[in-house]
Design a protein around this ligand. Sequence first.
Ligand code: ADP
Length: 387
Amino acid sequence: MAYITDLKPLIAIDAIAIGTIVIVAFVPGIKVFTRKLLFNGVLYLTSFTLLYYLGSNGPGLLYLMGITIFILLSLEQKYGFIALALNTLCCIYFALALHYGFASEAIQLEYRMDTWIAVSANLVFLSGTAVLLIPILFNGLQSAFEEQDLLRERLEESVEDLNAKNDELERFAYTVSHDLKQPLRMVSSFMGLLKRKYSGELDEKAQTYIHYAVDGASRMSDSIDDLLEYSRIGRKYTTIQKVDFNKLIDEVMLNLQTDIKEKKANIEVEQLPTLSVVPIAIKKLFQNLISNALKYHSGDNPPQIVIRAEEQETSWRFAVSDNGIGIDPEHYEQIFSVFKRLHTREEYPGNGMGLSICKKIVSQHDGEIWVESEKGKGSIFYFTITK
Ligand code: ADP
């Protein structure tokens, strides 16, 4: 443009500007602050020349405003005031030039004194506003960012802390369970020895006591295993895989086949979906629900169990229903608590951990579990798994 319109000095200034920018960008060993000063200086030179040769047809005034903002973003606020002073001086210079007639042709043709004052006053006003407001805005933003960084750091520290504590707790749970089971094993084995060595001398009562002692030890050992498993849900087994639930139920039924045959149970499985879940956990969930449905059947009625799934907007809702003894509504909540049972071991074996394990597994999959039932008529255990 400068070449075509024969504005030779502009070409020279452009060349100086490009040269300076290349130096600022690529020459090593210059301090960052000096680079910023050089860059802003050359921009001032360019805008002044543009104003001089092109008047408001050129981007001179815009450049002055731009430099002010650039200075505010890259240097301290006090340099912003210097930029404001330079802008004002520049405007005053052209006002004097207009008045005394030494302005360039471009300016002289375009402006009268009053219009120049109006235009340049806007520049000074906007630069002043920017110098006063931008640092406030940036200080606010900066402290918000700093606060956010601090919070993120704290959160990361807390997560690390929590993971370390969980690991420690898991090691602790394992050690405790191991240590607790050791004396139980001793009780069982010494009771066995007692029975074998003194079988001739022990009367029936003594034999019964030994049986109870061994049975108690084995039940306690089972409870410890279940507690350990409960504490590990969501930590030990976490690998998510796509699982065809129809196949998964087949595997569960294989595990329970002795019980199913013994009780002549009829298990109906409707078409089930394939979902991404933690397979071992979901298998355990179905196993607990189906074995409860088998266990809590009523009288001589063979268990009738139905497993179905229904798709909902964000989840799948599964239902395991039976025709068993049913549950009183007042116990709907409690049965999902650790060690909560509604029957004695003589009536139905168990340790009250099954449903609490189910609940933890379901919440690991962001779902919910609940029961609907009528005493004497059977129960339906529902649970959801988020898609
Ligand atoms: P456990 O079966 O070892 O007692 P659970 O946590 O599995 O422990 O069950 C808790 C209680 O919920 C059981 O004692 C039983 O009273 C009741 N319950 C669970 N499933 C059923 C069912 N299908 N029908 C009737 N009652 C049930």
